[in-house]
Write a protein of this length. Structure first.
Length: 365
């Protein structure tokens, strides 16, 4: 799909407004705390995760929490090793057994756990940990400990495997989750719950089908190039959302056509309180000045601060390309920051060192 840019004028006052807000922006990638990384999805579901490899066996452990006030933290374990029909999965913290769960029982209880919309686990055999007090006990022990050991039962003709997972940084990760979901000081906080009642975290509503689009929004979406030429099964997995706005308006962030090898294009459509819909164009910078585009690549919405990020990857590794961040100002998406790297050399992506194309390095704070 060819990127179409529409040249437009931006007033000097607006440009200065862009620059003045940029210095306070967060990092270009989600933070990490020791061996734990944290992030949130487009809907407002957030998680802390740790990926650990022991020889040929790896485990991915995630603590996941949805945005609803009543949502409880969920624990998800995924591994690449084949697990037997019998045996137990055991969790120790600092050498003390917390729980031993029969594999057969775990498999039977999986349908009782509803995965949050927008959560995408890694491939492999995965289990949701039993919910409720059992999860609370495990998380409390993990917060207080230094190392979690996951004992995987042995498949036929194999030896049991014990995978150590460092707990350093986990509590800081939980604090980040509490703050990001506006739960600090409430009864729903993972770390140091308070007396304030729980409330819904900042969020957007998931869209898993184009059938969920109002007719006016669907008309704008269908009229844009080949946006509606996308397999429904692919649409369902691309984290499209409807962002509720004031006065009953909504901002729709919707896939536009089938993804390519590295990039998925999206468009933004604004629906007003009267139901009328229009497409939102976004600003980016070129060598000749500001331009506008209607496509947003690998779109990521942040409900907590109402910001939208685009990350166009120039390669599968993602070490080169174009990165943008816009903020919703009530009527449109305002460019806050843009960075690029033109050299595709297979190195580990580090967006923090990409060259700024907006704001200029000598822009006033």
């Amino acid at each position: 799909m060819t990127l179409r840019l529409l040249t437009f004028l931006i007033s000097a006052a607006t440009v200065l407004g862009f620059a003045s807000g940029a210095s306070a922006q967060p990092g270009r990638t989600p933070p990490s705390f020791e061996s734990w990384t944290v992030d949130c999805g487009n809907t407002g579901v957030c998680f802390a995760s740790s990926f650990t490899r022991t020889q040929s066996v790896w485990v991915d452990l995630r603590i996941v929490r949805d945005w609803q006030a009543e949502a409880q933290p969920l624990v998800r374990l995924t591994t690449n090793t084949e697990l037997p029909q019998e045996g137990s999965l055991r969790f120790d913290v600092d050498g003390v057994e917390i729980e031993a769960l029969p594999i057969e029982q775990l498999r039977e209880m999986q349908p009782t756990v509803t995965a949050p919309a927008g959560f995408r686990p890694l491939g492999g055999e995965g289990f949701w940990y039993p919910t409720g007090p059992v999860t609370a006990t495990l998380l409390q022990a993990m917060q207080s400990g230094k190392e979690l050991t996951i004992h995987l039962p042995a498949a036929k003709d194999a030896d049991p495997v014990a995978v150590p997972v460092s707990l350093q940084g986990l509590k800081a990760g939980f604090l980040w989750l509490d703050n990001q979901q506006d739960r600090t000081g409430t009864v729903a906080a993972i770390v140091s719950p308070g007396a304030e009642p729980a409330k819904d975290a900042p969020h957007a509503m998931p869209l898993v089908s184009a059938d969920q689009l109002p007719p006016e929004v669907a008309a704008v979406w269908s009229a844009n190039r080949l946006c509606s030429d996308i397999d429904p099964a692919i649409f369902a997995g691309l984290n499209a959302v409807r962002v509720p706005l004031d006065e009953n308006g909504s901002l729709y962030i919707i896939p536009c056509g089938a993804p390519t090898a590295y990039n998925s294009p999206y468009v933004a459509v604004l629906s007003g309180k009267d139901g009328a819909a229009r497409q939102i164009h976004v600003a980016r910078m070129s060598e000749k000045g500001p331009v506008a585009t209607d496509l947003i690549y690998n779109a990521k919405w942040s409900p907590a601060d109402e910001q939208l990020v685009s990350y166009f990857k120039g390669s599968g590794v993602g070490e080169c390309g174009l990165w943008n961040r816009w903020s919703w100002n009530g009527t449109g998406l305002v460019l806050l920051e843009e960075a690029t790297r033109k050299t595709c050399d297979g190195t580990v992506p580090d967006l923090s060192i990409w060259s700024n194309t907006w704001p200029p390095k000598n822009a006033p704070n």
